[in-house]
Design a protein around this ligand. Structure first.
Ligand code: MFK
Length: 560
């Protein structure tokens, strides 16, 4: 009797096979820039399904280990990682995964180039993308606020393509009292013999094998709250790689991201350098947060993409009820729905990459800067949520195989769950949207940006869709006229829905702009249909809580 064996999903060159990315780069970039960067993307597209993926699998199979003491009882706090993890560090330097953003060889387009590479790297990186996010943020903080010595030393190392010179950085903000409420930071900085030293505990420190870290601390005697915090750069190791004034209590036992070491550490007089003078630490850390949140979004989108690539390949191989499941109407419909959600994430994340590139090269208008401030939390919260929901749906579409560890699929879902937590939860980001709305006329800039994009839609078949987006935009404008953006309890309760509405309106406008470009060039016919189906949903599902709504909410939660 013939036995049946199911063929598993396979991966091809991840740039060559990615028509959305290839079309998008042509949509956003001048032809000469595409010509300049495409060979590198093409060869990296091969690497990420070859040696890079092999390194990631090795790192996943040999998670990091904390060795607190040497055989003779000396405290060493060594964190042992696999050769695969070290290999991913080498690849990151060689491929310029941080460097590209600072060499700026493509001017304002450099961020798009760099983050397109990150997008290829992340799903084959066992979350090495996380140390890179923090490294990039640290480089930007030093570029903006660092003194000459930091710029000539740490900055050059963080942005080096030489694996021997390349440094990664941690970002040590979270403490036991709160990951979200950074203003409660209890780490203190004291000047001893002309040098700053930090004392306190950091509760989540990813990549503790890094050579340095950016940290917030309160200079002894400084004001309480966020404004009293200062930003410091800790050079964590001596010449022999030993930690300086830092003890590792333990590594976290996490749901996912298991190849990535995340530690609880104790700062026991760690020598540090003050960055950008005393105070204003949260404000100085904002560019770090912006970069890390964008990494989160690009990685969430890339993660969603990898899950989709696998499930689509599988759908063509797996047969049930007499035909490939790709031909089963309901399965096909499910895949299409996932593709639409994924494309929404893609547009948001890469639009944000374009805005960041413009801001960092001084090419962003004041209006673009205001849009970027408002979009930053929206993009992160939206892509993270969609990555979890989409990955869960993908596992289901694999049936039992999606629930079995040796397929590698369950890891996708475990790892996806970090996106809405890492760099701020959905609710914290929704509240940041209120903070952004209260400043810089950011909604007016946002609305003009969306209007301009809608106004440029001349393809007749998309006219009705543009009208729907316009209606949703004016619904949001009407809501904001009545709401108190400063964040009363009522507007806070409605903040998620408001942020999601802004996100969907923006995605819809980006999709229409892209569809218009595709129609004009007879490229990617699916773009028009994707935009149309996205625009057909309730784009602005706002709520308007009042006192009666609030007490009803209490009754729902507590059942009284
Ligand atoms: C990869 C795998 C990882 C593995 C496991 C990881 C598990 C996750 C562990 C974690 O803990 S991740 C970290 C999660 N935490 C965060 O991301 C922080 C979330 N909190 C925030 O984002 C707060 O909103 C923030 C700390 C930024 C604000 O705190 P405050 O002290 O209430 O600041 P405030 O007074 O609102 O703002 C101070 C200044 O910064 C203001 O400027 P002005 O002084 O000029 O008025 C703000 O406008 C400005 N600001 C705040 N947020 C900003 C910003 N500016 C630009 N962009 C922003 N986002």
């Amino acid at each position: 009797m013939d036995e049946f064996y199911q063929e598993g999903p396979a991966l091809k060159n991840q740039y060559e096979a990615d028509f959305l990315l290839r079309h998008y780069l042509r949509f956003r970039l001048p032809a000469d820039v595409v010509g300049e960067i495409e060979p590198g993307l093409l060869s990296f597209g091969d690497r990420v399904v070859g040696d890079v993926l092999a390194m990631a699998l090795e790192a996943e199979a040999s998670p990091p280990r904390h060795v607190p003491f040497d055989p003779w009882g000396r405290r060493i706090d060594s964190i042992e990682v696999s050769p695969g993890w070290d290999g991913l560090n080498r690849v990151s330097a060689e491929e310029g995964l941080v460097a590209i953003g600072y060499e700026r060889a493509q001017g304002a387009y450099s961020r798009l180039h760099q983050l397109a590479k990150l997008y290829l790297f992340h799903p084959s990186s066992a979350l090495y993308s996380c140390p890179l996010a923090m490294t990039d943020g640290a480089a930007r903080a030093i570029e903006l606020h660092g003194d000459e010595e930091l710029r000539a030393g740490a900055f050059k190392n963080l942005t080096s393509r030489n694996p021997q010179r390349f440094w990664t950085s941690g970002q040590w903000m979270t403490e036991r009292a709160g990951g979200s409420d950074v203003s409660g930071t209890t780490t203190v900085a004291r000047m001893t013999d002309g040098e700053w030293r930090l004392y306190g505990g950091k509760w989540f420190t990813s990549a503790p094998t890094s050579q340095m870290a950016m940290a917030l601390a309160r200079i002894d005697g400084a004001a309480s709250g966020g404004k009293g915090l200062s930003m410091f750069c800790i050079e964590a190791r001596d010449r022999d790689g030993r930690l300086r004034g830092i003890e590792v209590d333990r590594l976290k036992d996490k749901l996912g991201t298991r190849a990535l070491p995340t530690a609880e550490i104790r700062l026991a007089g760690a020598p540090a350098r003050l960055v950008g003078g005393p105070g204003g630490g949260v404000l100085k850390a904002a560019p770090i947060l912006k970069i890390a949140r964008l990494y989160n979004s690009v990685c969430a989108t890339a993660h969603f993409n990898r899950a989709l690539v696998l499930v689509k390949d599988y759908a063509r191989k797996r047969r049930a009820f007499g035909r490939a499941i790709a031909e089963q109407p309901l399965h096909l419909q499910t895949l299409a729905q996932l593709q639409i959600e994924f494309e929404g994430c893609f547009h948001l994340a890469f639009h944000m990459a374009c805005l960041l590139g413009k801001e960092e090269t001084g090419e962003a208008t004041a209006e673009e800067a205001a849009v970027s401030r408002l979009l930053s939390p929206i993009v992160k919260m939206w892509t993270a949520k969609q990555a979890v929901a989409g990955t869960s749906e993908v596992l289901e579409a694999f049936g039992g195989a999606g629930y079995v560890e040796d397929t590698g699929l369950p890891r996708l879902l475990r790892d996806a769950q970090v996106f809405p937590i890492w760099e701020g939860t959905t609710n914290v980001l929704a509240l940041d949207v209120l903070r952004a709305l209260a400043k810089d006329s950011s909604f007016e800039a946002f609305a003009r940006d969306v209007e301009r994009r809608l106004g440029a839609v001349t393809v007749e078949s998309l006219g009705g869709d543009a009208g729907r987006v316009r209606a949703a935009l004016s619904k949001v404008a009407g809501y904001l006229k009545k709401a108190d953006p400063k964040g009363t309890d009522f507007s806070q309760a409605a903040a998620r829905q408001l942020a999601f509405s802004l996100g969907q309106v923006f995605i819809a406008s980006l999709m229409l702009e892209f569809a218009q470009w595709c129609v004009g060039r007879k490229q990617r016919p699916s773009a028009e249909e994707v935009a149309r189906r996205f625009c057909a949903r309730e784009l602005a599902p706002l709520i308007q809580p009042d006192e009666a709504y609030r007490s009803a909410t209490e009754r729902i939660v507590w059942g009284v």
